[in-house]
Design a protein around this ligand. Structure first.
Ligand code: SAH
Ligand code: DHB
Ligand code: MG
Length: 222
């Protein structure tokens, strides 16, 4: 494939538009030091999500899968000073690293991390009667993506933007016989998304510094 070319063009774009300040660079470094897997979104994807948040005039964002807080910081920076970003993370050790990075970014007044299984947290959040979110970024474990999407809908209003990362998996989604639970999870999700009448959606492929993948994007209909 043309991975080398994709990476060079990704670097070209990020040099122009995907500026990572010291906080974002240190976030990546903090994850290396803590042996946290290097599976954050790329800088250009961060900028892209930031633009989407602004396009939708987002004041409240929900994220599933915090990791070291890299995507959280990109998204948090799209919010006004009275905005709110709730991010769900299974691993306390990831949340600890992420919290430090969020503090360094000066986003601790805006960002709240909740630790636990997303599928246990989401019903609690719905039961609390929380205000709907303007944007929801699904990026936790892949097997329950369909259920995450269903919960996301309960936390949405007409016009809410729902984005799901890693829905193409280097084209493995084309393989109907895949035994990889992550691939099966996103295959099931992509089908459910396409069939859901409550949203209008598509998937765009992502290439660049990360492996070939894709993000699903959906807007909740009126
Ligand atoms: N959004 C991050 C990357 C997230 S990686 C970024 O781009 O910077 C996926 C994260 O989801 C990991 O930190 C993992 O611990 C977390 N995760 C895995 N299973 C989960 C679950 N059941 N509930 C909540 N988080 C989960
Ligand atoms: C994986 C998860 C991600 O969120 C990602 O962007 C890349 C890979 C994974 O679990 O393999
Ligand atoms: Mg991801």
């Amino acid at each position: 494939m043309d991975q080398e070319l994709f990476e060079s063009v990704d670097a070209y774009i990020s040099n122009l538009f995907g500026y990572e300040d010291a906080v974002l660079k240190d976030t990546i470094k903090s994850m290396e030091e803590a042996d946290i897997p290097a599976i954050s979104i790329s800088a250009n994807q961060g900028k892209f999500l930031q633009l989407l948040a602004r396009l939708n005039n987002a004041k409240r964002i929900l994220e599933l899968g915090t990791l070291g807080g890299y995507s959280t910081i990109w998204l948090g920076r799209a919010l006004p000073a009275d905005g709110y970003l709730l991010t769900l993370e299974l691993e306390q050790s990831h949340a600890d690293v992420a919290q430090r990075n969020i503090n360094k970014a000066g986003l601790d007044q805006i960002v709240q991390i909740r630790v636990g299984k997303a599928l246990e947290q989401l019903p609690l959040i719905v039961a609390e009667g929380i205000e709907p979110f303007d944007m929801i970024f699904i990026d936790a474990d892949k097997q329950p993506y369909t259920e995450y999407f269903e919960w996301a809908l309960k936390l949405s209003r007409p016009g809410t933007l729902i984005i799901a990362d890693n829905v193409i998996r280097e084209g493995q989604v084309l393989n109907d016989n895949s035994t990889d639970e992550r691939v099966k999870g996103v295959q099931r999700f992509n089908k459910a998304l396409a069939a859901n009448k409550q949203v209008s959606a598509t998937i765009f492929q992502t290439i660049g510094s990360k492996e070939h993948d894709g993000m699903a994007i959906a807007i909740v209909n009126s």
